[in-house]
Unconditional design. Structure first.
Length: 478
């Protein structure tokens, strides 16, 4: 007879997982629709990128705050707050008739996503017992997160082609309403029992401001130059704010982020690798989208459909990944995943000017999905292993923050390498197609190097005996 409590836990995962997938989807879903948005709203080239940047800034900046709010104020309550904000902002985005309204709504969307993601992951962490059961849940979670970026390009292409760009936002409204209706009956409320409800307002302001400013400075650096006074000043201010945050956290009685959490070696290691993984994932899809549209001249629809190979295959490999983590621990799986990502990116360094889906892209699309599943899932498991329930939101916000900030840096570095090399070749007389392709190749070499560093970090920083694994001798008899 099935256990009703066990079934309820999986329904909880389905509800919060749907909201999480929606937030990840919106990181990439806008990319292929940018030309349509620009033409329809008559937005200047230098302004239209804010449709992407505004979401990234608030998403990356508010994650840590969102996670700690979930711990202190109630995980379901904060999850619902983020869900409402995200859904309403999505509706306003779709109805926007000017650049200002659209960009402001995208920023509000990012805040909603930053509240949803850590709250949802902390709900999963506190709902499932550490070990095989939680690993299975995080395997599903990792499949949603790992395939979300590729699925965003896919759905963005389809919706933009057949319904118009506004529907990349409108589609969130019925999904958000459905998740809201299912949250109250299926998602339990929980919060950290700390004996107090003091809130570190100074820490919240400084860390959110510092992270948001950091993401903004990095996102705009390829446009204005890494050595420009503007970029240097913004980076210095962001570092200063984060330094103030660190001082506040060391002195306050109720810190937003107790630094003792980094004594958990698995958490610290997972955040290092998660940062590098975020850089690789976001930059990879950014470069591929540009290559197939600017060099191969594929339509938004074709661009989206081709990414189905990555999105679909990631889901398949996710189950294998979590089973291997449960059996052998996260370190060997994570190292393997990062090495496979490095090999896939190495394949992309050979993309030609007159490339074809086969054999130039499809093999790496598929192997990248394998590396994605074998990296994202063990990172998620290691980041939350041995974390006390009262710090689940904090740990969830921390790993999400590192992945988002890593993604912003990865995209900025890739864009800088691509732009500088392409400009150099254009000045020497190369045509645009050859210059752009060479620029993408150089950027993929940099990403392959980052993935290799991630593999080394996983191998050196993680220890198998620190994370609970299942062995044949300890598995209960069925």
């Amino acid at each position: 007879m099935p256990d009703p409590l066990n079934s309820r836990r999986w329904l909880t995962l389905a509800v919060v997982g749907a909201a999480f997938f929606m937030t990840v989807l919106d990181v990439a879903i806008v990319n292929v629709a940018i030309p349509s948005i620009q033409n329809d709203l008559k937005i200047k080239e230098e302004t239209v990128q804010w449709v992407i940047t505004a979401y990234a800034i608030t998403f990356g900046g508010f994650l840590l705050l969102g996670g700690r709010m979930a711990d202190l104020l109630g995980r379901r309550r904060i999850f619902v707050l983020g869900l409402i904000l995200f859904t309403v902002a999505s509706l306003v985005c779709g109805l926007a008739s000017s650049a200002g309204v659209l960009i402001a709504s995208r920023a509000a969307q990012g805040v909603g996503a930053a509240i949803i993601s850590p709250a949802a992951l902390s709900i999963v962490t506190t709902t499932f017992t550490e070990g095989a059961e939680r690993n299975k849940a995080l395997g599903i979670w990792g499949a949603l997160g790992g395939s979300g970026a590729a699925a965003g390009v896919l759905f963005g292409g389809i919706l933009t082609k057949y319904l118009g760009w506004a529907w990349i936002f409108f589609v969130n409204v019925p999904v958000g309403a459905l998740v809201f209706s299912l949250t109250w009956p299926f998602v339990p409320e929980s919060r950290a029992e700390l004996g107090h409800r003091r809130f570190d307002a100074t820490g919240a302001v400084t860390v959110t401001g510092g992270l948001a400013l950091l993401v903004y400075a990095i996102s705009k650096a390829p446009d204005v130059g890494w050595g420009s006074a503007r970029t240097i000043l913004l980076l210095l201010v962001s570092v200063a704010l984060l330094a103030v945050f660190a001082l506040v956290e060391l002195r306050t009685r109720a810190p937003l982020m107790p630094f003792r959490i980094f004594r958990l070696r698995s958490l610290a290691a997972a955040n290092v690798v998660g940062f590098l993984l975020g850089a690789v994932i976001f930059a990879n899809f950014f470069l591929l989208t540009l290559y197939v549209q600017q060099v191969l001249h594929w339509s938004a629809l074709r661009t989206g459909v081709t990414f189905l190979a990555t999105a679909g295959t990631t889901v398949v490999w996710a189950g294998v990944s979590q089973a291997l983590v449960t059996r052998f621990g996260p370190r060997p799986v994570m190292v393997t995943g990062m090495l496979v990502l490095a090999a896939s990116l190495g394949w992309y360094t050979q993309i030609p000017v007159g490339g074809h889906y086969w054999p130039d892209l499809l093999p790496a699309y598929i192997t990248f999905a394998l590396g994605l599943a074998f990296s994202f899932i063990p990172v998620s498991i290691a980041a939350l292993a041995q974390v006390e329930p009262h710090e689940a939101g904090l740990a969830s916000g921390l790993i999400n923050t590192n992945q988002q900030v890593g993604g912003a840096i990865g995209v900025a570095v890739a864009a800088t390498i691509f732009t500088s090399h392409a400009k150099t070749l254009l000045k020497t007389g190369s045509d645009q197609a050859h210059a752009f392709t060479a620029g993408y190749q150089h950027a993929f070499w940099a990403l392959a190097a980052i993935a290799l560093v991630g593999a080394v970090a996983a191998g050196v920083l993680l220890r198998r005996d620190e994370i609970r694994v299942e062995t044949p001798a300890t598995e209960p008899a069925s």
